[in-house]
Design a protein around this ligand. Structure first.
Ligand code: FAD
Ligand code: SF4
Length: 460
């Protein structure tokens, strides 16, 4: 008999007042008893709606049944058949809009906590046997070591290809390493996933900016038969308001990258970051939540999220908004920045914003925010962080012959094969879709690996 408990088994979490000042993981993970209890809630539905909600088709009821049978290693192997990064996905995937949104237990009560179970399995499985398949002689270059690039590299290595991942930054992992903070996704987990790929024979070369150090043409001249571009969307957008050049205005991208790669989350590191007591973060997505929660952990007394729409329209995950509120982040809804104010030395003193009201829905389906004339206010702050979106960096398209991009700077690909307009080059993840999610990037990495394998005449 399934466990008919209506609510998910709660996730143990650090106390908000304590965690708001440290970078340790917020969610502590299920115990075995909790995992077993939650696994018992799955009905093992015949038509498996949850599987269709997973972009990489993890066989969810099967892995949950293996947990219920006490076989955590078997559950891990089952997940790994289709998902190369379960410890990452169990932590950061927006399950509420994917697999869990399709779970029939969600019709009356809460869905099965699929993500939490996936995390449990990834954190508690036994020693994994990693094999490094013999080379089939085909060389493939992967540009970018985010979830798209790592997945593509892993799948092609399994087929025997000699795969080299070229990463511009000093650390592999893409946004998983330089964007998502330690308290949501510990760096050690990403490093472990990368080391598994290396153990399987994938070569990773860091500090290699393709388009600068080497071009795509040169990679092909060196004998790479196929190139996959998974270079993400790392170019931040700015607000376009007066005062944006003042000292104390940063993009969330720069703020989070410094914290993550220069280890501001650890004691004893003197990371070059402005010391701020009152911080305004402009934006309403996951990136804005991460930046605000990091600012709080670095010692700010007051942190504001300034967002031009209302709470309902916020694109951030509900769980992240809830966690941010618990940690004391203040939300200034229906407020749009009009200027950053500064002192005579050029340092930020405030963010000037105008009240907004919501009009008719726009192209995104969300109600369009409109300024209310004569309603300007100043929020007194010493740091302003812009978290209003990212687009793909133009370097690769500017330096690669025949590589087309659309007007948003996203690479143009064939939807089925992910082939770009340049022969021998495939692309996927945020570089193609614009800023999206980890699991969609992984799905694209898989899809491209299948196309590249077919191009090379390999069985997959
Ligand atoms: P990326 O992860 O961006 O990786 C691209 C890599 O390519 C980078 O390492 C970059 O340095 C490298 N690169 C770029 N140009 C070159 C070049 N010319 N040569 C060599 N290397 C290059 N998604 C979720 O699902 N859940 C979340 O909770 C979540 N939170 C997020 C929080 C933040 C702060 C951010 C920024 C994003 C978040 N996302 C989240 C989105 C998610 O991380 C991305 O959609 C995903 O990482 C995209 O994967 P990717 O492989 O396409 O690109
Ligand atoms: Fe289990 Fe929910 Fe999937 Fe049904 S839909 S098999 S209850 S996880």
């Amino acid at each position: 008999m399934p466990n008919m408990q209506m609510q998910k088994t709660p996730m143990p979490e650090q106390d908000p007042a304590v965690r708001a000042r440290n970078f340790d993981e917020v969610a502590r993970g299920y115990t075995w008893e909790m995992a077993l209890n939650e696994a018992g809630r799955c009905l093992n539905c015949k038509n498996r709606p949850c599987v269709s909600g997973c972009p990489v088709n993890v066989q969810i009821p099967d892995f949950i049944a293996l947990i219920a049978a006490g076989d955590v290693d078997g559950a891990y192997r089952k997940i790994k058949e289709t998902n190369a990064l379960p410890a990452v996905c169990g932590r950061v995937c927006p399950q509420e809009t994917q697999c869990e949104s399709k779970c029939v237990r969600g019709v009356k009560g809460e869905p099965v906590a699929i993500g939490r179970l996936e995390r449990y399995v990834a954190d508690h499985h036994g020693e994994e046997q990693i094999s490094a398949p013999a080379s089939n002689g085909h060389r493939v270059a992967v540009i970018g070591s985010g979830p798209a690039g790592l997945t593509c590299a892993g799948d092609l290595r399994k087929l025997g290809c000699d795969v080299t991942v070229f990463e511009a930054l000093s650390t592999a992992g893409g946004v998983l390493s330089y964007g998502i903070p330690e308290f949501r996704l510990p760096k050690s987990i990403v490093a472990e996933e990368v080391s598994r790929l290396v153990a399987a024979g994938v070569k990773v070369e860091t500090n290699m900016v393709i388009g600068r150090v080497l071009s795509v043409d040169e990679l092909m001249e060196q004998g790479y038969e196929a190139v996959f571009i998974g270079s993400g969307a790392g170019l931040p957008s700015f607000m376009g308001v007066p005062g944006e050049g003042l000292l104390g205005v940063l993009s969330a991208n720069e703020f989070l990258t410094r914290i993550n790669l220069m280890k501001a989350y650890r004691e004893g590191y003197d990371t070059p970051l402005p010391k701020a007591t009152r911080v305004a973060v402009v934006g309403g997505g996951n990136v804005a939540m991460d930046a605000a929660r990091c600012a709080m952990r670095l010692g700010a007394e007051e942190v504001y999220i300034v967002y031009r729409r209302g709470e309902e329209e916020m694109p951030a995950r509900k769980e992240e908004i809830h966690h941010a509120k618990e940690e004391g982040i203040r939300f200034q809804f229906l407020s749009a920045p009009v200027a950053v104010e500064g002192d005579e030395k050029g340092f930020v003193t405030g963010l000037r914003y105008v009240d907004m009201k919501l009009g008719e829905p726009d192209a995104s389906g969300r109600r369009r925010p409109e300024p209310i004339p004569g309603s300007e206010h100043t929020l007194s702050v010493d740091l302003v962080i812009a978290a209003i979106g990212n687009s793909p960096n133009p370097l690769l398209r500017a330096t690669t012959r025949g590589l087309e991009a659309n007007r948003k700077g996203c690479l143009v690909v064939n939807e089925e094969t992910l082939a770009t307009t340049r022969e021998g080059v495939w692309a996927g993840g945020d570089a193609v879709s614009g800023a999206a999610t980890v699991i969609l990037a992984m799905g694209a990495g898989k899809q491209a690996a299948r196309s590249i394998a077919a191009h090379l005449g390999l069985e997959n």
